[in-house]
Design a binder for this molecule. Structure first.
Ligand SMILES: [Fe+2]
Length: 298
């Protein structure tokens, strides 16, 4: 009698488990394609403005209230050439009346012909102090990494094209900015994958007792800088780009898998912000909306 009850209970549990598995499988079969279609059709262009208040550890009251806009990873190229989308973004940025605009690389993708269209569009950006940037891995060659020999799309061509439109590109170098009688440093690194990233050279003239901001495309560089800084602006990860419910992101091409998006504290005077980017390497985004970040120094 007792055995019969156990057998009945066993089959009831088995049916219950099978039912749960069947419902889960059906939900995934229906849900994932729906999410995928949304990611393909809409999510790649639904950009968000994220507000981040940033408290500095040292006392530099004059730069309190300074507004910094940060964007990254535009990937303008054959698969991502909607000028209306980018112009809508640049209008939105200008409406924020930022003091400083920071760009952290991957401006172009695949085709060198796009190299000259984007700087023209970027020249519309307005900020009281100016527009500053560093380079991303895609800015060192049309197929970088893995550029072919004699690739005409070299990093200095990218840098020149942007600087001709008043976008200052910092490659292992620094600049002192004066804002409301206060000084602060902007330090830009070469991209990590270019094998030219050299924080020591970039920091050689930097007085780190001043507020110091670092521009570096790849978040992995956060562990390569010995000097103190207040914030590293970074990109590269696209926030995971495809972050599926339950499964998370499949591929993020970097070692620091925890540094995919948002603000992270590394130590007392070492923080990093990873922007989700505005473009894409292939036309899809899931749970990783294109991002404009507005920082306010408080
Ligand atoms: Fe990128």
């Amino acid at each position: 009698m007792r055995n019969k009850r156990k057998v009945t209970e066993y089959f009831r549990t088995l049916h219950h488990k099978k039912a749960i598995r069947a419902v889960t499988a059906a939900s995934l079969m229906v849900g994932l394609p729906v999410i995928g279609v949304y990611g393909y059709l809409r999510a790649v262009k639904n950009f968000k403005l994220d507000y981040v208040p940033l408290k500095l550890n040292n006392k530099h009251s004059s730069i309190k209230g300074m507004k910094i806009i940060h964007i990254s990873d535009l990937h303008y190229g054959p698969t991502n050439k909607d000028k209306k989308y980018f112009n809508r973004i640049f209008d939105h940025i200008n409406s924020q009346h930022a003091d400083l605009i920071i760009l952290t690389g991957d401006y172009f993708q695949w085709d060198p012909n796009y190299l000259y269209e984007l700087p023209e569009m970027l020249s519309r950006l307005r900020a009281k102090i100016g527009v500053f940037g560093c380079l991303g891995n895609h800015d060192y060659g049309s197929c970088y990494p893995g550029s072919v020999e004699n690739d005409p799309f070299e990093h200095h061509i990218t840098k020149d094209a942007l600087e001709r439109k008043d976008i200052r590109i910092l490659t292992n170098e620094s600049q002192i900015i004066t804002y409301k009688k206060e000084k602060f440093n902007l330090v830009g690194l070469h991209d990590l994958w270019s094998n030219q990233c050299d924080p020591k050279t970039a920091f050689q003239n930097v007085d780190t007792s001043l507020p110091t901001f670092v521009l570096s495309h790849n978040p992995d560089t956060v562990h390569m800088v010995d000097q103190d800084y207040d914030l590293m602006f970074s990109g590269h990860s696209h926030g995971g780009q495809l972050t599926w419910p339950l499964f998370g992101s499949f591929v993020v091409p970097q070692r620091s898998q925890n540094l995919k998006r948002g603000l992270h504290y590394i130590s007392d005077r070492k923080r990093i912000y990873i922007n989700r980017g505005l473009g894409h390497t292939f036309r899809m985004r899931i749970n990783s909306a294109p991002e404009i970040t507005l920082f306010e120094i408080i």
